[in-house]
Design a protein around this ligand. Sequence first.
Ligand code: TXA
Ligand code: MG
Length: 316
Amino acid sequence: MLTQHLAPDSTGVKTAAQILRAGGLVAFPTETVYGLGADARNSTAVAKIFATKKRPEFNPLIAHLPDQATAENCAVFSDAARALAGAFWPGPLTLVLRLRGDAAISPLVTAGRETIGLRVPDADLARALLQAFGGPVAAPSANLSGRISPTRAGHVRDGLDGRIDAVIDGGACGVGIESTIVDLTGAPRLLRPGGIATEDIEDVLGINLKVETIVDETTPTAPGQLASHYAPSAKVRMNAEAAEAGEVLLGFGPVAGATRNLSEAGDLVEAAANLFADLHALDGTGSSIAVSPIPDTGLGRAINDRLRRAAAPRDQ
Ligand code: TXA
Ligand code: MG
């Protein structure tokens, strides 16, 4: 298949919406990472996402909506859900809620569950596409399952060129790390730290979030949480004060000898935006990647979560 490279303008958005309506796959930029979109009501289209990404089918997908009103057609909103949506949508927050019986979402999206992950993204192109399409778009990150998430159209092409219908090239993603996922179907639980700081969510809810412990491969709650995920080919070593022989240093703050630096100023927001692009770049060097210590607060929690998964032992 020839992958169309669409411009970030109204013609590109219109073409992308037509491809979605016809049951095709379109990669598009959100504020977090590029998503691989399909019509969430069309099981044939959603099945293509799993096949193309080589994603295990037990791993449910997030449905993307243009606004809270359309999201409320898909799931039951509690007071807590409305409070978080009001505070952080549009934005990098995914809410896991009870699926509505009349939602018309393909069961492949939810992996057969009675819950659904919903997100209203905050990027002009994503919102334009969702509005032009006029329905829910199922979209995981636009990478092969288990690999580093894409924050540039070039990253999408590296992994998926020739296997998807189109990619809209909207440049670099502003936030650069996936959405924070909060499950509100029971006592609020953090399933994945991400682009909204956990502390900010706790402030709105007025409670401390329970953090979901890592689950195994067969009963995943948020299977993005499988231990080895976001894996570059290169080895990753965290909390490194300096590079050793055979390593390149991915710095944070004013460190000497860094091949790339997530943020020389020590800014966690800037570091999150650079994380995946820097890992993609260093992955090509053939060396192992040593990473400076990153404070475990604010977006640092999401960064350390992704680095731990990149550093986790795996079979290859
Ligand atoms: O920022 C993001 O969230 C990006 C952009 C494209 O929106 N998407 C993304 O999707 O990161 P993905 O598929 O790579 O990660 C979604 C995570 C998975 O770990 C999945 O298990 C979890 O969300 N998830 C989705 N629906 C769920 C549900 N009903 N219950 C529990 N976890 C769910
Ligand atoms: Mg992903």
